[in-house]
Write a protein that binds this ligand. Structure first.
Ligand SMILES: Cc1cc2nc3c(=O)[nH]c(=O)nc-3n(C[C@H](O)[C@H](O)[C@H](O)COP(=O)(O)OP(=O)(O)OC[C@H]3O[C@@H](n4cnc5c(N)ncnc54)[C@H](O)[C@@H]3O)c2cc1C
Length: 473
């Protein structure tokens, strides 16, 4: 029997897509930057289906590309153009398996969409804090494979810190049941942590035990105009001193970034009139007492204004206004796509080095490519900036594509100079794989390759992503 017929016998014929039209949405990434081809799109319905498909593909040396919501910002879930790979889409596996309100955990299938997890937590009187612009489509498996961050890392941490246990199918089809809900387990190497952030290169995640938190009943949101990243850093210190771990989000956007949002996102409105040189969106949250929380935010902002750190500020008066402030921040990715092809960077540096990084990178890229337009935003409180570069006005896509690798080297060199990382949360995928030998120490790459060889000796899981081939060293 041929491969497709065998896979259909495992998952059911209607869950195997071979015609071009049905395959199309799975073969292009969210940014429209990468296109691939596949032998089939396969939609397993259970962990056992995944295990059987992986065992079959391993025996025939067929590459597998795991895919969740396909919202990767680094081409991580798009196959290459060879047409040999099977794209394994986990979205049929979308059950919340169990909620444990005593242990404060939730056990889910890997294909559950993040927003559904948030809703299920809320229905149980609890809170799951991972929150990001793609939450209506991205899946828990993708969040884990990418170790997603988002807007509440400051208070709750990344996906790694939000996860207790995993269920993973290994490339040869064996199932590792690590679905424990233990907060303490010192029995050796943390296998769970190897799979989190492995971008689908070590195993297919099929289930997870997630941590839940008390539902924050009080929120205070402010949109604050500042002069630059340096003022934003001073504001961060001041708000943190007043609010401690109630500080949940601290999002930075430059004035150019705000102008771009106003240009492309029709329902985005700035609360303070014309775009300031830069702005910060701040959110505090707590179990209760909204008045007290708003008071804290207000005092911090008054103090910062008196110290000339803040130019102007608006505090949301109700939920609708808070949502409107967030609409501005959430519109950035879409606004960038609508403006054109950008050279995208997702860097992290020590928080205190952020302002210095922005000034140095801006100066270096504009010296190398006069007229290039930095569009800078991100999770400043985490030291994570999305440092995007739009082409100079009038320069065509092809000409800019020729300049982009050199500009990326400049941005990544400024990052490394400050002992930063070239991927804070979007992953390496295909977008940054060629930068790995320049930006990772040889010993790190060697250890990563050894692990890959141990888990996946035939290199079948998500080839071409995360790890460069030996020839690229
Ligand atoms: C508008 C927008 C805003 C975003 N904002 C943020 C943000 O603030 N923070 C952030 O961290 N990211 C952000 N992202 C990026 C993206 O949404 C996240 O990386 C998300 O975690 C990917 O989930 P997904 O289900 O779409 O995964 P996919 O895109 O389908 O896959 C991502 C990677 O995970 C692998 N993978 C998927 N499922 C599995 C599985 N079950 N087992 C093993 N490997 C798997 C894939 O092979 C690929 O390498 C944003 C994206 C968009 C479009």
């Amino acid at each position: 029997m041929d491969l497709i017929a065998r896979i259909a016998a495992i998952v059911g014929e209607k869950h195997v897509f071979v015609d071009a039209e049905a395959q199309a949405p799975f073969l292009t990434d969210w940014l429209g930057k990468y296109r691939g081809a596949a032998a089939a799109i396969v939609r397993p319905g259970s962990t056992e289906d995944v295990a059987a498909v992986l065992a079959l593909c391993a025996a025939r040396k067929i590459p597998i590309v795991p895919q969740g919501g396909n919202t990767s910002m680094s081409g991580g879930a798009t196959p290459d153009m060879s047409g040999r790979a099977v794209v394994l889409s986990l979205t049929r596996m979308n059950r919340v398996r169990a909620v444990d309100p005593v242990g404060n955990t939730m056990t889910v299938d890997a294909g559950v969409v993040l927003a559904k997890v948030q809703e299920a937590a809320k229905a149980a009187g609890r809170f799951f804090p991972l929150s990001l612009g793609a939450e209506g489509s991205c899946t828990i498996g993708g969040n884990l494979a990418a170790n997603a961050g988002g807007v509440a890392v400051l208070r709750y941490g990344t996906m790694r810190e939000l996860t207790l246990g995993l269920e993973v199918v290994l490339p040869d089809g064996r199932i590792w049941d690590g679905l424990t809900a233990l907060r303490k387990d010192n029995t050796g190497y943390a296998l769970r942590d190897l799979f989190i952030g492995s971008e689908g290169t070590l195993g297919v995640i099929t289930g997870a035990v997630l941590k839940l938190f008390p539902q924050p009943m009080a929120r205070a949101t402010a949109f604050v105009a500042v002069n630059d990243a340096s003022a934003a850093l001073a504001l961060l210190s001041s708000v943190r001193a007043r609010s401690g771990d109630r500080l949940t989000a601290f999002e930075f956007m430059t004035g150019d970034c705000l102008s771009l949002i106003l240009k492309h996102i029709s329902d985005a409105r700035l609360p303070l009139g014309a775009p300031p040189p830069a702005a910060v969106l701040i959110e505090l949250s707590d179990a209760d007492d909204e008045l007290e929380l708003t008071g804290r935010l207000e005092s911090a902002l008054v103090e910062a204004a008196e110290a000339d750190i803040v130019l102007d500020a608006a505090i949301a008066q109700d939920g609708a206004q808070s949502k409107a402030f967030w609409r501005i921040r959430e519109g950035v990715s879409q606004a960038l796509v609508r403006e054109g092809k950008a050279a995208k960077h997702d860097v992290s540096v020590p928080v205190a080095a952020i302002a210095d990084f922005v000034a140095a990178a801006d100066a270096a890229v504009t010296a190398a490519a006069p007229g290039v337009r930095p569009i800078v935003f991100g999770h400043l409180g985490d030291g994570n900036l999305h440092y995007n570069l739009l082409p100079p006005v009038g320069l065509g896509d092809t000409e800019f594509a020729a300049l982009a690798p050199g500009l990326t080297h400049i941005v990544h060199d400024e990052t490394r100079r400050r002992r930063g990382s070239i991927s804070a949360e979007h992953g390496i995928g295909q977008l940054r794989v060629s930068e790995m030998p320049r930006c990772k120490a040889p010993i790190e790459l060697e250890l990563m390759r050894s692990l890959k060889g141990l888990f996946d000796p035939d290199g079948l899981l998500n080839p071409g992503k995360l790890l460069p081939g030996p020839a690229e060293n």
